[in-house]
Write a protein that binds this ligand. Structure first.
Ligand code: MLT
Length: 314
């Protein structure tokens, strides 16, 4: 039996090699499909491997009778209409572990860069200025970091922030206060009580109907004026217009944003050009190590599925 697997986002070569070496698998890589072409290509595919660049909407998935499995190389499955896939008996799997360290490190990188005006100081010095006073920053040590979502990445951020002598508080309905305390984290519930406590806030939840706009005008209004917000998770978690407005009005001090809604952000996205916002183009998982790890894990999930019907859930 031979199966055709479509790969529609950039996947590390190590993962592609594993897939190509698998007897009975034909691998087709095409990262340039528009939704219509993707729908057509899926009619000839038994499996698909994606990252965050491919949108598997209900329309794209409708009547895909040949497709059996979707593997998301990465953690977030918000670019897949999972209920639509499930209705048609298409299995959806992801690789949640491989990105954790890289995403946590990028969160710390943004938190530090934001606090010390690294991007602005770099631009200024390269433009020929020696402006030391303008870029006085703030230190992390002694500050309170609020983490919304204490899953793999949130906990990895907590550990690193503790290494910087930050006090870590957090909210996660799936982590008990006792377990959080064992990890040196003060559990805060309800979430509304977290906003006013923090000097830094970072979000690490999946994007769902419940978490969309979890930070909006009301939450921003409750924060301290010195707060700095970091989003290395999903754009839709924070109301982008409200965040830009709060920054412009001086209600909060700064933000670092790696994830946008939609991606890539349109030219008029209020955060990209905002002087108090540090931006990166969804680089949280973009390290050599993380990309190899998620690609290899994705290839294994797919091979096991076609070889023995094995389904692994995170
Ligand atoms: C993920 O969900 O795994 C990360 O956001 C990285 C990615 O989308 O590739």
């Amino acid at each position: 039996m031979s199966y055709r697997v479509l790969v529609t986002d950039k996947l590390a070569e190590e993962g592609l090699e594993l897939l190509r070496a698998e007897p009975g698998l034909e691998v087709v890589v095409n990262t340039k499909l528009d939704p219509k072409a993707l729908r057509e290509a899926l009619k000839e595919a038994d499996g698909i491997v994606i990252r965050s660049g491919t949108q598997l909407t209900a329309e794209v998935l409708q009547d895909q009778t040949r497709l059996k499995v979707i593997v998301r190389a990465g953690v977030g499955v918000d670019n897949i209409d999972v209920p639509a896939a499930t209705r048609q008996g298409i299995v959806v799997m992801n690789t949640p572990g491989g990105n954790t360290v890289s995403t946590a490190e990028h969160t710390m990188a943004l938190m530090l860069a934001l606090s010390r005006n690294v991007a602005q100081a770099n631009d200024s010095l390269k433009a020929g200025r020696w402006d030391r006073n303008k870029f006085t920053g703030t230190q992390l040590g002694g500050k309170t970091l609020g983490i919304v979502g204490l899953g793999r990445v949130g906990l990895a951020v907590a550990k690193r922030a503790q290494g910087f002598d930050m006090k870590v508080v957090g909210f996660d309905p799936f982590l008990s206060a006792e377990r959080a305390a064992e990890l040196g984290i003060e559990s805060i519930s309800p979430l509304d009580d977290l906003w006013g406590r923090c000097d830094y806030i970072t979000v690490h939840t999946p994007l769902s109907a419940e978490t969309r706009n979890l930070i909006g005008p009301n939450e921003l209004a409750k924060m301290k004026p010195n707060v700095r917000i970091i989003n290395c998770a999903r754009g839709g978690l924070i109301d982008e217009a409200a965040l830009a407005e709060a920054l412009t009005a001086g209600k909060i001090a700064g933000a670092a944003v790696d994830a946008f809604d939609p991606e890539p952000p349109p030219a008029d996205n209020p955060l990209v050009t905002h002087p108090q916002v540090l931006v990166t183009p969804h680089l949280g998982a973009s390290t050599e190590e993380a990309q190899v790890s998620v690609a290899v894990e994705a290839a294994r999930l797919l091979s096991d599925f076609f070889q023995s019907g094995q389904i692994r859930f995170a």
